[in-house]
Ligand binder design. Sequence first.
Ligand code: F0G
Length: 434
Amino acid sequence: MSETGSALSWQLCARCGKELPVSSPGSQCPDCGGLLEVRHRPPSIPAGMTLRETFAARRGLSGPLDASGVWRFRELVLPGAREESVVTYPEGNTPLLSRAAVSQWSGVEALLLKHEGLNPTGSFKDRGMTVGMTQARLLGARAVACASTGNTSASLAAYASLAGLPALVFVPEGQVALGKLAQTLAYGAKTLLVRGDFDACFALVREAAEKLSVYLLNSVNPFRIEGQKTIVIEMLEQLSFEPPDWIALPAGNLGNTSAFGKALREARDLGLISRLPRLACIQARGANPFALGFREGFARPHRVKAETVATAIKIGDPASLDRAIAALRLTDGVVTDVTDEEILEAKAVVDASGAGCEPASAASVAGVRKLVAEGVIRPGQRVVAVLTGHILKDPGLLLRYHQETEPPPSRANRPITIDAKLSAVEEVLGTNRH
Ligand code: F0G
């Protein structure tokens, strides 16, 4: 801790070990270019209380920090943050759902769904954004920016508006789901439709952040990761710190996989849990560089030209590959990929269960089913699948699936046009009678 003195938190380059103060604004190590991570001193908690009790005592309180499912765990997120500087909606506090139809379809008897789509802007990104935006304000950033497949941009736009900071987002033209684009415009971010894919947007925003000194809020930003860790911490708390056997999540740019690994490592080191769940990272078949690497023991990085209906994870060259590999190794995790057909079927099952989610989120459920079929996950194991985004994020795809696809998929729910007559209603009811 040579450079960081008595600070509560500091940044560390995971590649070369260089330490930097939290006030250092870049996402990469100035010496070797590696990604940074935030480290904290051991939590200081009230005498006579455990960390678990400290978190539990805040549940249900209404102060701005305690009301948030991110800042309630502030000792693990950013212990030095003060109430007046935190940019919070509040966010988090998402439910852990049990839906019989989804369990049955997946093949896991006790499947639980951590529904991150129930965050304020409809995705898990809000958990990272509250911390990243707080940091932007602490640093006195003049503007914030991100590249996005849509959810990060929606979240950044909302939180920039809360913080009173100008926001600039780079999204691939014609490839962002309707709900996400609509949100981004409505929350007021300056929205650049880039002629290129997500990977091109990301390269451009990185250059812009460096040369035009705007603060970069993609998940390479280590403060975003600190917030996203709370998906796992909150889930563990909901399970009374009895960890599940598996946590399944969709994997794109790999920030979330990295955050889950860091959360689990820290939870174990702090004694919150005594064993680690295994991570199951699920990619779309057409956007599967992480799955390709996993099959070869990560002998070399893969890059693909991404193509999938799950536009949120349509990413060919993931930025957080190294730290995601570390998360997998730590948890004895696996990576697999699922086809667009499998994603759409999983989504139809999740949607019809009443839980509902966006296409990328359904990849986690499709992946669980595949891993059960392959004998990797056993039906009696405890599994949590993370639903990362809300059902209304991608209404275009929903309407195509249910109304337009020919021949109709087996789970399509076609609307029925009728004349405004009771007899027509009766006729419909009749056809539905078994
Ligand atoms: N699920 C959803 C709904 C997402 O929006 C994303 C990423 C992921 C899963 C994958 O998470 O990238 O950390 O591996 N969305 C980013 C965005 C890329 O711009 O909104 P990851």
